[in-house]
Design a protein around this ligand. Sequence first.
Ligand SMILES: C[S@@+](CC[C@H](N)C(=O)[O-])C[C@H]1O[C@@H](n2cnc3c(N)ncnc32)[C@H](O)[C@@H]1O
Length: 159
Amino acid sequence: MKIAVIAVGKLKEKYLKQGIDEYLKRLGSYAKVQIVEVVDEKAPENMSDAEVQNVKRKEGERILSNISQDTYVITLEINGKMLTSETFATKLDELATYGKSKIAFVIGGSVGISEDVQQRSDLALSFSKMTFPHQMMRMILLEQVYRAFRIMRGEPYHK
Ligand SMILES: C[S@@+](CC[C@H](N)C(=O)[O-])C[C@H]1O[C@@H](n2cnc3c(N)ncnc32)[C@H](O)[C@@H]1O
């Protein structure tokens, strides 16, 4: 399985980088996982709605340019569908079984994900109704993907 995590902006925090590297290392035995960073737009606090939409649109175009037609796209969205870790594992297993071996997870930037990207999405996945920082979301996602592989293979992992 080939997994891409497409994320807006550069990862700056050292402590997150260490955590992400750890999960990338662990995932190495299960899948080819790649992080794709797309350039973020400047997004000051006091932007108008039109400016926010413009930032989303530009970042969205960059996200979409990294997604091939045969890729199953999972966008991370606060208002998406909430799954248990077991259901998430079953979903990844089904995708592999039905020949969808390329998966892209998309994490938005500070203004979220554009409508164009939402339309391209095959599954909008929510990790809770709370808002997490986008850089931290990368690590949380990788941990859940790692957990999913352990569940799929029936391998022990602390609860
Ligand atoms: C800081 S959040 C953006 C908040 C923005 N106001 C919005 O409504 O999307 C940055 C990105 O992290 C991801 N994210 C944050 N919290 C999430 C959650 N609870 N579930 C799924 N994704 C989340 C989403 O991809 C989001 O676009």
